[in-house]
Design a protein. Structure first.
Length: 213
C-alpha cells in the first residue's frame, strides 16, 4: 500500500504439561507424591475461599476500568481498528462521507485511488482527516495531529510508542519513513504513526485504520 505524506511530511497512509513431560521426562514427578494430605487440602480450600472474593474484586475493577476508558472516548472521535474512525466507516460511499463531514478541503487522484482531505485549521493547523477510496468506496481512514481521536483503550496522538506496545503488543510490522515509523497491527486493521525525528520518548502523531494493512 502506498504511503503518502501531507505538507508537513507526516505519513497519512495508507498443551504445556503434556508437552513438557514428553520433551523433559525429568520435569514430570510422581503425581501421588504431589497429592496433598487431607489436612493440607482443607487448609488450601479455606485459603482459596478467602482469596476468591479478592480475585473477584480485582477482576471487577479491571472490567470497570476497561468500560470506563471506552466510555470516556467521544463516539465522534472513536478509532475502531478495522472498522472506522468516528462516523466514517470502511466501505462507505463518498456521498455518505461528505454528507457527514462536508466537502473536503483537498482531493488527490492517482491511477486507481482518490484521496480526500479534511482540515480543522481553526483549532489546529496540522489537524487532518484523510479518506482513501477505490471505486468510490472507503478503504482507508487516517487522522493526524488530533488528540481527540482515540481507540477504546485510549491510545491516540500524544501517547508514546511504548504506550502503544503496552496496549497492543509487538507490531506485526514496522514501516520506517524519514522522521517517522508506522507501527502496523495488520490483523487488527490499525497502524500508529510515530514521530522518530524528536528525542525520546517518540510520540504518536497519527492513526490509520484500514481493512488490510
Amino acid at each position: 500500500m502506498p504511503v503518502r505524506t501531507n505538507e508537513n511530511g507526516t505519513p497519512t497512509l495508507g498443551t504445556l504439561a503434556l508437552g513438557g513431560c514428553r520433551s523433559r521426562p525429568d520435569r514430570c514427578t510422581d503425581r501421588r507424591r504431589e497429592s496433598p494430605s487431607h489436612d493440607d487440602a482443607a487448609e488450601i480450600a479455606a485459603w482459596g475461599w478467602e482469596v476468591r472474593p479478592y480475585l473477584v474484586a480485582v477482576l471487577a475493577v479491571s472490567v470497570f476500568a476497561s468500560v470506563a476508558s471506552a466510555a470516556l472516548v467521544d463516539a465522534r472521535y472513536l478509532v475502531a481498528p478495522g472498522l472506522g474512525v468516528g462516523p466514517v466507516k470502511l466501505g462507505m460511499k463518498m456521498a455518505e462521507v461528505e454528507a457527514t463531514l462536508g466537502a473536503p478541503a483537498k482531493v488527490d487522484r492517482d491511477a486507481r485511488t482518490v484521496w480526500y482531505t479534511w482540515r480543522d485549521a481553526p483549532q489546529g493547523a496540522l489537524r487532518s482527516l484523510v479518506v482513501e477510496t477505490v471505486d468510490d468506496l472507503v478503504i482507508l481512514i487516517s487522522v493526524a495531529h488530533d488528540e481527540r481521536y482515540r481507540t477504546r483503550e485510549g491510545i491516540g496522538a500524544g501517547d508514546t510508542d511504548g504506550a502503544v506496545r503496552d496496549v497492543y503488543g509487538r507490531p506485526s510490522g514496522v514501516l520506517h519513513l524519514p522522521g517517522y515509523d508506522m507501527l502496523e497491527y495488520r490483523a487488527r486493521g490499525v497502524s500508529f504513526v510515530v514521530d522518530t525525528g524528536t528525542a525520546h520518548p517518540h510520540l504518536v502523531t497519527g492513526v490509520v485504520v484500514a481493512a488490510h494493512l
